[in-house]
Write a protein that binds this ligand. Structure first.
Ligand code: FAD
Length: 402
């Protein structure tokens, strides 16, 4: 038997789950298919990475009713401090200079995942299939037909709009025949939580060095999220360091800025790869989140961008007679382009800026940091974009009055 659904979302990671909630809130019936069981501890994307959530993202999650379920585990980012080892110049930004209480918040992906799962439980129009895996896709009349492997056997679903929210390796992207540019940064990122001697007090630090970027993000109760990137060739050696050796490496990267680093938690490692789909849409199909673009985490923009994909798509299909109509999808892609291109460029630029090891180029890094530090319009632009307000953002992320 072939069943029907208006919109089929493949992948219930942070982005697919957000889209499912946004569609449900807009009164649209959809089906969400996710390979992992619906438990935060079983989900590959709901792990211990600490997400820096832009202000726009916090606004969007608030509009979805997700933020109140997670806020108790979040810490505000009130200041940002960017520097590079071996060069002169620092960029410091404070939310207060823009009359804001914060630029955004830090939240473990595990806590965001748990909040999304709790909010999904309250959806009334959504059909959730998990664990279930889409194993085949083919064009079918005015839509797509998907084959699913579920615990109860095989099912077939027909849909008028197929959404690929299935992450970096995206099988949906491949089935749509959308090519992707991939970039191997040859870096491995280690994340863990620790306790700095001096509490970060709402300051997020980003420090660039020849071996890669290091970030320290504020967390509740004096803890901090350490993100430390190393060349992939050194990853095995770093993975086998004991806690003391690992802290010594982090300390060497950060210097004495926040005092001694202590009490490291469990380390998690990620190989870093960039992927940029060459199109966001295909007939009756759209890619969102990491399936559309996977960025280097140094810019802390992946989920922030993916949520804006999800919210924008929900706004485009809300009230539509045909959610997969080509003019809707074209309008969606056009609205997302400036944000996506600009954020991807900025993210990649940051990696390059951080990696400019050649002594002859170092003054450029200094100049960039000093310029950003000095010019008020540039500071405003950097702050605005960093907070997720680039291009034409979805309405759901815009600031609301008191
Ligand atoms: C170390 C690290 C730090 C980061 N820090 C930040 C940060 O500070 N700020 C930020 O905004 N972003 C950050 N990111 C990026 C962010 O985590 C990702 O952009 C985001 O989690 C992507 O979510 P997604 O839902 O698009 O993809 P995924 O999390 O990959 O989810 C895809 C889902 O699809 C499911 N799936 C795949 N194929 C199928 C199928 N055939 N059938 C059914 N289900 C399927 C998978 O099981 C998976 O759950 C970071 C990333 C890393 C690695």
């Amino acid at each position: 038997m072939v069943e029907s659904t208006e919109i089929l979302i493949v992948g219930g990671g942070l982005v697919g789950a957000s889209l499912a909630i946004a569609l449900d809130a807009a009164g649209i019936a959809a089906t969400l298919v996710e390979s992992a069981p619906p438990r935060a501890d079983a989900h590959p994307g709901y792990d211990e990475r600490n997400l820096a959530l832009a202000r726009a993202t916090v606004n969007g999650l608030t509009a979805l009713g997700v933020w109140p379920l997670a806020a108790h585990e979040a810490a505000p980012i009130r200041r940002v401090h960017v520097s590079r080892a071996g060069v002169f110049g620092v960029t410091r930004l404070a939310a207060a200079e823009f009359a804001l209480d914060s630029f955004g918040h830090t939240l473990p992906a595990r806590a965001l995942g748990a909040a999304l799962l709790a909010r999904l439980e309250a959806c009334t129009r959504l059909t959730r299939l998990a664990p279930a895996t889409v194993t085949g896709l083919e064009r079918s009349g005015e839509g797509w037909q998907a084959r699913l492997a579920t615990a109860d056997g095989e099912r077939t679903l027909r849909t008028r709009l197929l959404v690929g929210a299935d992450g970096t390796p995206s099988g949906v992207r491949a089935a749509l025949g959308i090519a992707a540019t991939t970039l191997d940064y040859a870096q491995t990122l280690f994340v863990c939580t620790l306790t700095p001697q001096r509490a970060l007090d709402g300051c997020a630090y980003e420090r660039f060095g020849d071996d890669g970027p290091t970030a320290l993000l504020p967390l509740p109760q004096g803890r901090a999220g350490l993100v430390l990137s190393v060349p992939a060739t050194q990853a095995d050696a770093v993975a086998t360091l004991d806690d003391a050796g690992y802290l010594a490496l982090a300390q060497a990267r950060f210097g004495a800025r926040v005092g001694r680093l202590t009490r490291p938690g469990r380390r998690h490692a990620y190989a870093i790869r960039g992927v940029l789909a060459q199109s966001l849409i295909a007939p009756r199909a759209v890619l969102i989140g990491n399936a559309a673009q996977t960025l280097h985490p140094v810019g802390a923009q992946g989920f922030n961008l993916g949520l804006r994909d999800a919210l924008t798509l929900a706004e485009h299909v809300a009230g539509a007679v045909d959610p997969g109509a080509s003019d809707r999808l074209a309008a969606y892609a056009a609205q997302r382009a400036p944000d996506r291109d600009g954020t991807a460029r900025a993210s990649h630029g940051l990696v390059r800026l951080g990696g400019l090891a050649e002594p002859a180029l170092r003054p450029l890094t200094s100049l960039a940091l000093l310029t950003a530090a000095a010019l008020p319009p540039l500071r405003r632009a950097i702050a605005r974009r960093g907070m997720g307000f680039r291009g034409q953002p979805p309405r759901a992320v815009l600031e609301r009055g008191p």
